[in-house]
Write a protein that binds this ligand. Structure first.
Ligand code: UDP
Ligand code: MG
Length: 312
């Protein structure tokens, strides 16, 4: 029996892309020697994304769709797609085809060689603003340090074997970071480089604020180092105040004590700042624990096409 490859396609307000994406993928995948299914996960779009998916699904059995009750984010969409997938391997790919589908052929070839995770690595980031590029660069440098894996140029475009899919689905945490989790779980992995394509229709779904939120959430879901920084800052401050205290005493005994009003205010500001920063970091982790403890689902499915057999 031919291998079955499941394509997981998170889609948020992509009505202009669905038809083109389905057709392009079909043209590329039909000549291949494996079977495939296209699983579109509509992440609470406010446009006709899901209607387009349902239409496409009626024309072709292999097109499947899941629709969320609201926008839960790309991570949730990826996990819902993996949950619904029944393939021997899954490929996660963006709906706007910025991830070149022609690479799937090589991904599958690598998988057949025995690799369980085939990472798509960006050799260029496509057209992005300088500021965006700098922020992304900084984020990935910090992340690479925190989780001790080189995360630069990584993307969500990857093929993962059924074994890895099952491990990912068995994780109970709610705040997932798919891109880093595939490193964290281990397994035999390799990389394939690709150039990011231009988006043909629609526009990017990320605003500066949503990117910041994504960065902070992912950094804290993978490391507790920020919490330890709090301790470190505290120690530095205590050390600084001991030195300052000694200096003040020495001056006092030498009889040339200065009016210390500005110093006091400066110190107050500094200490206040550090305390607030530290509380903020602790608060953030607390919020994350709170979210996990509540145990709410990652996403809520409102409807799905009839051909979805997996358990979602
Ligand atoms: N996406 C999603 N939920 C969101 C935001 C984005 O499912 O809340 C999907 C989107 O439809 C696309 C992919 O994630 O298929 C990547 O999004 P986008 O192209 O906007 O990001 P960029 O390529 O600009 O990083
Ligand atoms: Mg895109």
């Amino acid at each position: 029996m031919a291998d079955l490859i499941s394509l997981v396609i998170p889609s948020f307000n992509e009505e202009e892309n669905i038809d083109n994406t389905v057709n392009t993928l079909k043209t590329i995948l039909d000549p291949e020697d494996f079977d495939y299914e296209l699983i579109f996960v509509n992440d609470g779009s406010s446009d006709k994304t899901f209607d387009k998916v349902v239409d496409a699904s009626e024309r072709d059995e292999r097109v499947k769709g899941i629709s969320f009750s609201r926008n839960f984010g790309k991570e949730a969409a990826i996990f819902a797609g993996l949950q619904a997938a029944v393939g021997d391997a899954c490929v996660v790919i963006d709906c706007d085809l910025q991830h070149p589908p022609a690479l799937i052929h090589e991904m599958v070839a690598k998988w057949r060689e025995g690799y369980e995770v085939v990472e798509g690595v960006k050799s260029s980031r496509g057209r992005e603003g300088l500021f965006h590029k700098m922020c992304a660069g900084l984020f990935y440098r910090i992340m690479s340090r925190l989780i001790k894996i080189d995360m630069r140029s990584t993307s969500d475009y990857k093929l993962i074997d059924r074994k890895v899919v099952n491990v990912l689905l068995s994780l109970t945490e709610r705040n997932t970071f798919f891109r880093a989790l595939t490193f964290w779980v281990g397994f035999k992995s390799t990389k394939l480089e690709y150039d990011v394509e231009e988006r043909k229709f629609g526009s990017t779904k990320w605003s500066f604020m949503s990117l910041m939120k994504y960065a902070i959430n992912n950094a804290t879901s993978f490391s507790t180092l920020p919490l330890q920084i709090v301790t470190f800052l505290g120690i530095v401050l205590i050390f600084g105040s001991v030195v300052l205290g000694i200096q003040t005493l020495v001056r006092y005994f030498m009889g040339n004590a200065q009016e210390g009003f500005p110093t006091v205010i400066l110190l107050e500001l500094l200490i206040g700042g550090f305390i607030m920063l530290s509380l903020g970091i602790i608060g953030h982790y607390l919020a994350r624990i709170y979210e996990e403890v509540k145990g709410r689902p990652k996403y809520i499915v409102r409807e799905h096409t009839k051909n979805i057999k997996g358990n979602i």
